[in-house]
Design a protein around this ligand. Structure first.
Ligand SMILES: CC(=O)N[C@H]1[C@@H](OP(=O)(O)OP(=O)(O)OC[C@H]2O[C@@H](n3ccc(=O)[nH]c3=O)[C@H](O)[C@@H]2O)O[C@H](CO)[C@@H](O)[C@@H]1O
Length: 353
Protein backbone atom coordinates (compact mmCIF):
# COMPACT_ATOMS: atom_id res chain seq x y z
CA UNK A 1 0.00 0.00 0.00
CA UNK A 2 1.24 3.53 -0.71
CA UNK A 3 2.30 5.49 2.37
CA UNK A 4 0.41 8.76 2.91
CA UNK A 5 1.23 11.93 4.81
CA UNK A 6 -1.84 14.01 5.68
CA UNK A 7 -1.19 17.71 6.35
CA UNK A 8 -4.27 19.09 8.12
CA UNK A 9 -4.32 21.42 11.08
CA UNK A 10 -6.09 23.95 13.19
CA UNK A 11 -9.87 23.72 12.93
CA UNK A 12 -12.53 21.03 12.72
CA UNK A 13 -13.22 22.30 9.20
CA UNK A 14 -9.72 21.22 8.15
CA UNK A 15 -9.35 18.13 10.36
CA UNK A 16 -12.64 16.24 10.05
CA UNK A 17 -12.60 16.03 6.21
CA UNK A 18 -9.00 14.77 6.39
CA UNK A 19 -9.96 12.19 9.04
CA UNK A 20 -12.84 11.06 6.82
CA UNK A 21 -10.42 10.52 3.92
CA UNK A 22 -8.01 8.63 6.20
CA UNK A 23 -10.87 6.37 7.29
CA UNK A 24 -11.72 5.72 3.63
CA UNK A 25 -8.20 4.30 3.16
CA UNK A 26 -8.20 1.71 5.98
CA UNK A 27 -5.28 -0.34 4.64
CA UNK A 28 -2.90 2.54 3.97
CA UNK A 29 -0.09 3.43 6.35
CA UNK A 30 -0.93 7.05 7.21
CA UNK A 31 0.91 9.64 9.29
CA UNK A 32 -0.15 13.18 10.14
CA UNK A 33 1.48 16.60 9.91
CA UNK A 34 0.30 19.40 12.20
CA UNK A 35 1.55 22.12 14.50
CA UNK A 36 1.87 22.15 18.30
CA UNK A 37 -1.08 23.36 20.36
CA UNK A 38 -3.79 23.19 17.73
CA UNK A 39 -6.85 20.97 17.53
CA UNK A 40 -5.06 18.10 15.73
CA UNK A 41 -3.29 17.31 19.00
CA UNK A 42 -6.71 16.37 20.48
CA UNK A 43 -8.65 15.16 17.43
CA UNK A 44 -6.16 12.97 15.57
CA UNK A 45 -5.97 9.42 17.02
CA UNK A 46 -2.19 9.30 17.30
CA UNK A 47 -1.98 5.54 17.88
CA UNK A 48 -3.43 5.12 14.37
CA UNK A 49 -1.93 8.18 12.67
CA UNK A 50 1.41 9.20 14.24
CA UNK A 51 1.47 13.01 14.48
CA UNK A 52 4.51 15.04 13.40
CA UNK A 53 4.61 18.70 14.35
CA UNK A 54 6.35 21.69 12.78
CA UNK A 55 6.31 25.21 14.14
CA UNK A 56 4.40 27.51 11.78
CA UNK A 57 2.04 30.50 11.90
CA UNK A 58 -0.39 32.06 9.43
CA UNK A 59 0.77 34.85 7.12
CA UNK A 60 -0.19 38.32 8.44
CA UNK A 61 -2.15 40.75 6.23
CA UNK A 62 0.51 43.29 5.27
CA UNK A 63 4.27 43.17 4.80
CA UNK A 64 5.95 43.72 8.16
CA UNK A 65 8.43 42.21 10.62
CA UNK A 66 6.09 39.33 11.32
CA UNK A 67 5.92 38.45 7.62
CA UNK A 68 9.67 37.84 7.64
CA UNK A 69 9.38 35.69 10.75
CA UNK A 70 6.61 33.61 9.16
CA UNK A 71 8.60 33.19 5.94
CA UNK A 72 11.62 32.04 7.97
CA UNK A 73 9.38 29.55 9.80
CA UNK A 74 8.05 28.35 6.44
CA UNK A 75 11.57 27.70 5.14
CA UNK A 76 12.54 25.71 8.23
CA UNK A 77 9.24 23.80 8.20
CA UNK A 78 9.64 22.95 4.49
CA UNK A 79 13.10 21.57 5.18
CA UNK A 80 11.76 19.52 8.12
CA UNK A 81 8.86 18.12 6.07
CA UNK A 82 11.24 17.28 3.24
CA UNK A 83 13.36 15.23 5.64
CA UNK A 84 10.24 13.57 7.05
CA UNK A 85 8.99 12.61 3.58
CA UNK A 86 12.38 11.16 2.66
CA UNK A 87 13.10 9.29 5.88
CA UNK A 88 9.51 8.00 6.17
CA UNK A 89 9.37 6.79 2.55
CA UNK A 90 6.06 8.54 1.82
CA UNK A 91 4.45 8.09 -1.62
CA UNK A 92 1.61 10.64 -1.48
CA UNK A 93 0.62 13.78 0.38
CA UNK A 94 -2.95 14.85 1.09
CA UNK A 95 -3.81 18.26 2.52
CA UNK A 96 -6.97 20.20 3.28
CA UNK A 97 -5.27 23.57 2.82
CA UNK A 98 -4.53 26.25 5.41
CA UNK A 99 -1.00 27.26 6.30
CA UNK A 100 0.19 23.71 7.11
CA UNK A 101 -0.36 22.92 3.42
CA UNK A 102 2.41 25.30 2.32
CA UNK A 103 5.48 23.39 3.62
CA UNK A 104 3.81 20.09 2.73
CA UNK A 105 3.26 21.10 -0.91
CA UNK A 106 6.68 22.75 -1.28
CA UNK A 107 8.56 19.81 0.26
CA UNK A 108 6.63 17.18 -1.71
CA UNK A 109 7.11 19.13 -4.92
CA UNK A 110 10.86 19.30 -4.38
CA UNK A 111 10.92 15.48 -4.10
CA UNK A 112 8.48 14.71 -6.93
CA UNK A 113 5.90 13.27 -4.51
CA UNK A 114 2.36 13.95 -5.74
CA UNK A 115 0.01 16.05 -3.63
CA UNK A 116 -3.79 16.09 -3.59
CA UNK A 117 -5.14 19.30 -2.12
CA UNK A 118 -8.76 19.50 -1.00
CA UNK A 119 -10.29 22.98 -0.95
CA UNK A 120 -13.64 22.93 0.79
CA UNK A 121 -14.59 26.61 0.48
CA UNK A 122 -16.38 28.31 -2.41
CA UNK A 123 -13.73 31.05 -2.32
CA UNK A 124 -10.41 29.17 -2.29
CA UNK A 125 -7.86 30.13 0.33
CA UNK A 126 -4.51 31.79 -0.42
CA UNK A 127 -2.47 28.58 -0.24
CA UNK A 128 -4.77 26.93 -2.79
CA UNK A 129 -4.53 29.92 -5.14
CA UNK A 130 -0.77 30.30 -4.77
CA UNK A 131 0.43 26.69 -4.51
CA UNK A 132 -2.39 24.71 -6.16
CA UNK A 133 -0.41 24.64 -9.42
CA UNK A 134 2.11 22.36 -7.73
CA UNK A 135 -0.50 19.79 -6.76
CA UNK A 136 -1.40 16.81 -8.92
CA UNK A 137 -5.11 17.42 -8.29
CA UNK A 138 -7.02 20.18 -6.53
CA UNK A 139 -10.22 18.55 -5.28
CA UNK A 140 -13.06 21.00 -4.66
CA UNK A 141 -15.94 21.03 -2.24
CA UNK A 142 -18.00 23.38 -4.41
CA UNK A 143 -18.04 23.79 -8.20
CA UNK A 144 -18.25 27.57 -7.56
CA UNK A 145 -14.57 27.54 -6.57
CA UNK A 146 -13.51 26.64 -10.11
CA UNK A 147 -13.86 30.20 -11.44
CA UNK A 148 -11.19 31.32 -8.96
CA UNK A 149 -8.75 28.62 -10.11
CA UNK A 150 -8.93 28.78 -13.93
CA UNK A 151 -5.48 27.32 -14.59
CA UNK A 152 -5.55 24.42 -12.16
CA UNK A 153 -6.42 20.77 -12.61
CA UNK A 154 -9.56 20.68 -10.47
CA UNK A 155 -12.15 18.05 -9.72
CA UNK A 156 -15.40 18.66 -7.85
CA UNK A 157 -15.78 16.00 -5.15
CA UNK A 158 -17.80 17.63 -2.37
CA UNK A 159 -16.40 17.83 1.15
CA UNK A 160 -15.72 14.58 3.03
CA UNK A 161 -17.63 14.11 6.27
CA UNK A 162 -17.14 11.63 9.07
CA UNK A 163 -18.86 8.24 8.57
CA UNK A 164 -21.24 8.85 11.49
CA UNK A 165 -22.99 11.54 9.42
CA UNK A 166 -23.62 8.97 6.68
CA UNK A 167 -25.23 6.50 9.01
CA UNK A 168 -26.28 7.81 12.39
CA UNK A 169 -25.76 5.00 14.86
CA UNK A 170 -25.29 6.91 18.12
CA UNK A 171 -28.31 8.41 19.79
CA UNK A 172 -28.34 11.73 21.58
CA UNK A 173 -30.95 13.60 23.57
CA UNK A 174 -32.98 10.53 24.56
CA UNK A 175 -34.71 12.72 27.12
CA UNK A 176 -36.21 14.91 24.36
CA UNK A 177 -39.81 13.95 23.54
CA UNK A 178 -40.21 12.72 19.94
CA UNK A 179 -42.68 15.46 19.08
CA UNK A 180 -40.60 18.35 20.48
CA UNK A 181 -39.21 21.05 18.18
CA UNK A 182 -35.42 20.95 18.54
CA UNK A 183 -33.18 23.85 17.64
CA UNK A 184 -29.42 23.27 17.30
CA UNK A 185 -27.03 26.23 17.48
CA UNK A 186 -23.43 25.63 16.42
CA UNK A 187 -20.64 28.13 15.88
CA UNK A 188 -18.19 25.71 14.20
CA UNK A 189 -15.32 23.93 15.91
CA UNK A 190 -14.31 27.01 17.90
CA UNK A 191 -17.80 28.26 18.72
CA UNK A 192 -19.08 31.80 18.11
CA UNK A 193 -19.31 34.03 21.17
CA UNK A 194 -21.11 36.91 19.41
CA UNK A 195 -23.72 34.51 18.05
CA UNK A 196 -24.10 32.93 21.50
CA UNK A 197 -24.84 36.32 23.03
CA UNK A 198 -27.79 36.94 20.71
CA UNK A 199 -29.05 33.38 21.06
CA UNK A 200 -28.99 33.60 24.86
CA UNK A 201 -31.26 36.64 24.77
CA UNK A 202 -33.85 34.54 22.90
CA UNK A 203 -33.52 31.24 24.73
CA UNK A 204 -36.04 31.90 27.57
CA UNK A 205 -38.79 32.71 25.04
CA UNK A 206 -37.97 29.64 22.95
CA UNK A 207 -38.07 27.36 25.99
CA UNK A 208 -41.35 28.93 27.03
CA UNK A 209 -42.81 27.76 23.68
CA UNK A 210 -41.83 24.20 24.53
CA UNK A 211 -38.84 24.06 22.17
CA UNK A 212 -35.66 22.24 23.10
CA UNK A 213 -32.43 24.13 22.53
CA UNK A 214 -29.12 22.34 21.92
CA UNK A 215 -26.36 24.94 22.09
CA UNK A 216 -22.69 24.45 21.20
CA UNK A 217 -20.83 27.42 22.63
CA UNK A 218 -17.12 26.80 21.98
CA UNK A 219 -14.63 26.94 24.85
CA UNK A 220 -14.06 30.69 24.77
CA UNK A 221 -17.48 31.72 26.08
CA UNK A 222 -17.45 32.96 29.69
CA UNK A 223 -21.27 32.62 29.88
CA UNK A 224 -21.20 28.89 29.16
CA UNK A 225 -22.65 26.93 32.08
CA UNK A 226 -24.37 29.89 33.80
CA UNK A 227 -27.92 29.14 32.66
CA UNK A 228 -29.68 25.86 33.18
CA UNK A 229 -33.11 24.56 32.21
CA UNK A 230 -34.35 21.00 31.57
CA UNK A 231 -34.95 21.81 27.86
CA UNK A 232 -31.60 23.57 27.35
CA UNK A 233 -28.57 21.40 26.53
CA UNK A 234 -25.38 23.42 26.44
CA UNK A 235 -21.81 22.24 25.79
CA UNK A 236 -18.57 23.77 24.60
CA UNK A 237 -18.16 20.97 22.03
CA UNK A 238 -20.26 17.97 20.99
CA UNK A 239 -18.01 15.07 19.89
CA UNK A 240 -21.23 13.31 18.77
CA UNK A 241 -22.42 16.20 16.60
CA UNK A 242 -23.97 13.84 14.01
CA UNK A 243 -26.45 12.48 16.54
CA UNK A 244 -27.46 15.96 17.75
CA UNK A 245 -27.74 17.41 14.27
CA UNK A 246 -29.75 14.37 13.28
CA UNK A 247 -32.27 15.19 16.03
CA UNK A 248 -32.60 18.90 15.13
CA UNK A 249 -35.59 20.37 13.30
CA UNK A 250 -33.68 23.55 12.47
CA UNK A 251 -30.02 24.53 12.77
CA UNK A 252 -28.52 27.96 13.37
CA UNK A 253 -24.89 27.89 12.23
CA UNK A 254 -21.93 29.80 10.86
CA UNK A 255 -21.12 28.90 7.25
CA UNK A 256 -17.99 26.78 7.60
CA UNK A 257 -17.71 24.23 4.79
CA UNK A 258 -17.63 21.28 7.19
CA UNK A 259 -20.89 22.09 8.94
CA UNK A 260 -22.55 22.88 5.59
CA UNK A 261 -21.64 19.48 4.16
CA UNK A 262 -22.99 17.79 7.26
CA UNK A 263 -26.26 19.73 6.96
CA UNK A 264 -26.64 18.50 3.38
CA UNK A 265 -26.13 14.87 4.37
CA UNK A 266 -28.69 15.10 7.16
CA UNK A 267 -30.93 17.40 5.03
CA UNK A 268 -31.41 19.95 7.80
CA UNK A 269 -32.87 23.39 7.11
CA UNK A 270 -30.63 26.13 8.44
CA UNK A 271 -30.23 29.78 9.29
CA UNK A 272 -26.67 30.70 8.37
CA UNK A 273 -24.84 33.63 9.90
CA UNK A 274 -21.45 33.74 8.13
CA UNK A 275 -18.49 34.61 10.37
CA UNK A 276 -17.73 38.12 9.08
CA UNK A 277 -14.04 38.05 10.06
CA UNK A 278 -13.23 34.79 8.26
CA UNK A 279 -10.33 35.11 5.80
CA UNK A 280 -11.50 37.18 2.80
CA UNK A 281 -15.09 36.75 4.05
CA UNK A 282 -15.09 33.24 2.54
CA UNK A 283 -18.02 32.02 4.65
CA UNK A 284 -20.31 34.46 2.84
CA UNK A 285 -19.43 32.77 -0.48
CA UNK A 286 -20.25 29.37 1.05
CA UNK A 287 -23.53 30.63 2.48
CA UNK A 288 -24.62 32.25 -0.80
CA UNK A 289 -24.70 28.84 -2.51
CA UNK A 290 -27.17 27.57 0.09
CA UNK A 291 -29.32 30.69 -0.06
CA UNK A 292 -29.53 30.47 -3.87
CA UNK A 293 -30.72 26.84 -3.64
CA UNK A 294 -33.35 27.74 -1.03
CA UNK A 295 -31.66 25.42 1.49
CA UNK A 296 -30.94 28.12 4.07
CA UNK A 297 -31.83 31.62 5.13
CA UNK A 298 -28.68 33.71 5.32
CA UNK A 299 -28.49 36.53 7.81
CA UNK A 300 -25.54 38.93 8.01
CA UNK A 301 -23.97 39.22 11.44
CA UNK A 302 -24.43 43.00 11.18
CA UNK A 303 -28.24 42.58 11.11
CA UNK A 304 -28.31 40.02 13.90
CA UNK A 305 -30.33 41.12 16.91
CA UNK A 306 -32.37 39.01 19.29
CA UNK A 307 -35.59 40.50 17.91
CA UNK A 308 -34.68 39.80 14.27
CA UNK A 309 -33.57 36.25 15.02
CA UNK A 310 -36.65 35.50 17.10
CA UNK A 311 -39.01 36.83 14.42
CA UNK A 312 -37.32 34.73 11.74
CA UNK A 313 -37.41 31.60 13.87
CA UNK A 314 -41.03 32.07 14.87
CA UNK A 315 -41.95 32.46 11.21
CA UNK A 316 -40.01 29.36 10.12
CA UNK A 317 -41.20 27.17 13.00
CA UNK A 318 -44.80 28.07 12.12
CA UNK A 319 -44.30 26.75 8.57
CA UNK A 320 -43.14 23.14 8.72
CA UNK A 321 -43.76 22.80 4.97
CA UNK A 322 -41.19 25.57 4.34
CA UNK A 323 -38.69 23.78 6.61
CA UNK A 324 -39.33 20.55 4.72
CA UNK A 325 -38.65 22.31 1.38
CA UNK A 326 -35.42 23.78 2.75
CA UNK A 327 -34.40 20.32 3.97
CA UNK A 328 -35.03 18.89 0.51
CA UNK A 329 -32.96 21.65 -1.08
CA UNK A 330 -30.19 20.84 1.41
CA UNK A 331 -30.18 17.17 0.49
CA UNK A 332 -29.96 18.07 -3.21
CA UNK A 333 -26.52 19.58 -2.43
CA UNK A 334 -25.19 16.46 -0.67
CA UNK A 335 -22.20 14.46 -1.92
CA UNK A 336 -22.37 11.39 0.32
CA UNK A 337 -19.39 9.58 -1.20
CA UNK A 338 -17.00 12.54 -1.08
CA UNK A 339 -14.41 10.78 1.13
CA UNK A 340 -14.45 7.79 -1.22
CA UNK A 341 -13.99 10.10 -4.22
CA UNK A 342 -10.91 11.71 -2.67
CA UNK A 343 -9.59 8.28 -1.67
CA UNK A 344 -10.10 7.20 -5.29
CA UNK A 345 -8.10 10.18 -6.57
CA UNK A 346 -5.25 9.35 -4.16
CA UNK A 347 -5.32 5.69 -5.18
CA UNK A 348 -5.17 6.43 -8.90
CA UNK A 349 -2.34 8.99 -8.75
CA UNK A 350 0.77 8.34 -10.76
CA UNK A 351 3.71 8.52 -8.36
CA UNK A 352 5.96 10.50 -10.72
CA UNK A 353 4.64 13.94 -11.65
C1 LIG B 1 -13.66 30.56 11.51
C2 LIG B 1 -13.20 29.91 10.26
O1 LIG B 1 -12.47 30.50 9.49
N1 LIG B 1 -13.65 28.65 10.08
C3 LIG B 1 -13.23 27.88 8.94
C4 LIG B 1 -12.78 26.47 9.36
O2 LIG B 1 -13.77 25.68 9.93
P1 LIG B 1 -14.51 25.55 11.33
O3 LIG B 1 -13.94 24.46 12.09
O4 LIG B 1 -14.64 26.87 11.98
O5 LIG B 1 -16.01 25.19 10.82
P2 LIG B 1 -16.62 24.06 9.93
O6 LIG B 1 -18.06 24.30 9.96
O7 LIG B 1 -16.00 23.96 8.57
O8 LIG B 1 -16.25 22.70 10.69
C5 LIG B 1 -16.62 22.46 12.00
C6 LIG B 1 -16.49 20.98 12.22
O9 LIG B 1 -16.44 20.74 13.61
C7 LIG B 1 -17.48 19.84 13.96
N2 LIG B 1 -17.98 20.13 15.30
C8 LIG B 1 -18.27 21.41 15.65
C9 LIG B 1 -18.75 21.68 16.90
C10 LIG B 1 -18.96 20.60 17.80
O10 LIG B 1 -19.40 20.77 18.93
N3 LIG B 1 -18.68 19.35 17.40
C11 LIG B 1 -18.18 19.07 16.16
O11 LIG B 1 -17.93 17.91 15.84
C12 LIG B 1 -18.56 20.03 12.92
O12 LIG B 1 -19.42 18.92 12.93
C13 LIG B 1 -17.70 20.22 11.67
O13 LIG B 1 -17.27 19.00 11.16
O14 LIG B 1 -12.39 25.75 8.18
C14 LIG B 1 -13.42 25.57 7.21
C15 LIG B 1 -12.82 24.76 6.07
O15 LIG B 1 -11.78 25.45 5.45
C16 LIG B 1 -13.95 26.92 6.75
O16 LIG B 1 -15.02 26.75 5.85
C17 LIG B 1 -14.39 27.73 7.95
O17 LIG B 1 -14.84 28.99 7.52
Amino acid sequence: MPKLLIAASGTGGHLFPALAVAQALPDWPIEWLGVPERLENQLVPQATYPLHRVRLSGLPGGLNGRTLKVLAELLVATWQVRRLLQSGGFDRVFTTGGYIAAPAILAARSLGIPVVLHESNALPGKVTRWLGRWCAVVALGFAAAQVHLPKLKTLVVGTPVRPDFQQILATAGNEIPHTAFVLLITGGSQGAVSLNRVVRACVPAWLERGWWVVHQTGDQDPECGKFSHPQYIERAFFPDMAAWMGRANLVIARAGAGTLSELTLLHKPAILIPYPWAAENHQQYNADIFARQGAAVVMPQADLTAAVLDTLLTELAAHPERLAQMGQAMSALAVPDSAQRVAGVLTQLQVKL
